[in-house]
Write a protein that binds this ligand. Structure first.
Ligand SMILES: NC(=O)c1ccc[n+]([C@@H]2O[C@H](COP(=O)([O-])OP(=O)(O)OC[C@H]3O[C@@H](n4cnc5c(N)ncnc54)[C@H](O)[C@@H]3O)[C@@H](O)[C@H]2O)c1
Length: 273
């Protein structure tokens, strides 16, 4: 059990983590196991997941956590292996589509994985939970869901929708035994972040430079800890980068000023490319 975490804060939970073959998802799995929780790890990437299963000795499920059939199969598998599910971490995500030319396929993949995967899991799990039988539904969104992601309209819009859905869930079920949290980091050192560094697409490169010049690129372990702490403290927003809180407040206070600052930031990144 981690420093400062007591058994009363986190009674041994039965958790599902999606996007758990690496990055933030794997860090969440490891942090939950360290707290004594039981975990099923899910991901599309069967090979990396098999390594996780072998190394951590946990049950894994390989498949698409966004499709209706995939979500139903994952939940049935976890119910069978864990007995039930008390906590669902909808963490799998994609960064697809850059600029206004982002394709129909990029838009639909972004909506399916970054939003509908959460909706489909919540539709099955949330009605099971109550004040007597509480549950946790955690969404890995992004600071892009509160602010924006320069270079990628698909990522920005789908992560806003992820935050919007999580807010709606919290407003509707938060007083009925369902705790909802949304993790909204800026840069985190994972394979997804690495793609932006190596791409030849100018919008993706601009997006990556926007992320790395806005704040420190944090570890996946830190992002996972900040989310688990927010859940322990029953807070909705989990913000590993403190500056996001200030930027979000600034945007709400004066949206035009915020947009002007984003335009200046984008122009600066374009001229220094
Ligand atoms: N890395 C960052 O800088 C950053 C910042 C903010 C938010 N996020 C979000 O964090 C989450 C985790 O991303 P990460 O940074 O760890 O990147 P990652 O690419 O390492 O992890 C994403 C995982 O999701 C899996 N996945 C994608 N689509 C899937 C599907 N349909 N079904 C099952 N698994 C699927 C991938 O195989 C991958 O293992 C994502 O939602 C991402 O948008 C990341």
């Amino acid at each position: 059990m981690g420093d400062g975490v007591t058994q009363t804060q986190t009674a041994r939970r039965r958790a599902v983590v999606t996007g758990a073959a690496g990055g933030i998802g794997l860090a969440l799995v490891e942090a939950l196991l360290a707290r004594g929780d039981r975990v099923v790890a899910a991901d599309l990437d069967a090979d990396r997941l098999a390594d996780v299963a072998e190394r951590l000795g946990i049950d894994v499920w390989a498949g698409d956590v966004a499709s209706e059939a995939g979500v139903a199969s994952l939940i049935a598998f976890a119910d069978e292996r864990l007995g039930s599910i008390d906590a669902y971490f909808a963490n799998a995500g994609v960064f697809r589509g850059s600029g206004l030319a982002a394709s129909e396929a990029d838009w639909s993949a972004s909506i399916e994985v970054n939003v509908m995967a959460h909706v489909r899991a919540a539709r099955t799990l949330v009605p099971r939970w109550s004040l007597e039988q509480p549950g946790v539904f955690a969404v890995t969104a992004s600071a892009a869901g509160l602010l924006t992601q320069l270079g990628s309209p698909t990522y920005s819009a789908s992560k806003h929708a992820a935050v919007g859905f999580a807010e709606w869930l919290a407003a509707t079920y938060g007083d009925q035994g369902v705790h909802v949290s949304a993790l909204c980091p800026m840069g985190v050192a994972t394979p997804m972040a690495e793609l932006g560094r190596t791409t030849s697409d100018p919008d993706e490169r601009l997006g990556h430079r926007a992320v790395v010049s806005s704040g420190e690129v944090l570890s996946a372990e830190l992002a996972a800890d900040v989310l688990l702490q927010a859940i322990d403290e029953k807070r909705f927003l989990a913000l590993p980068h403190e500056t996001v809180q200030k930027m979000y407040a600034g945007k709400a206070g004066d949206p035009d000023k915020w947009l002007a600052s984003m335009q200046a930031f984008r122009a600066h990144l374009e001229t220094t490319a």
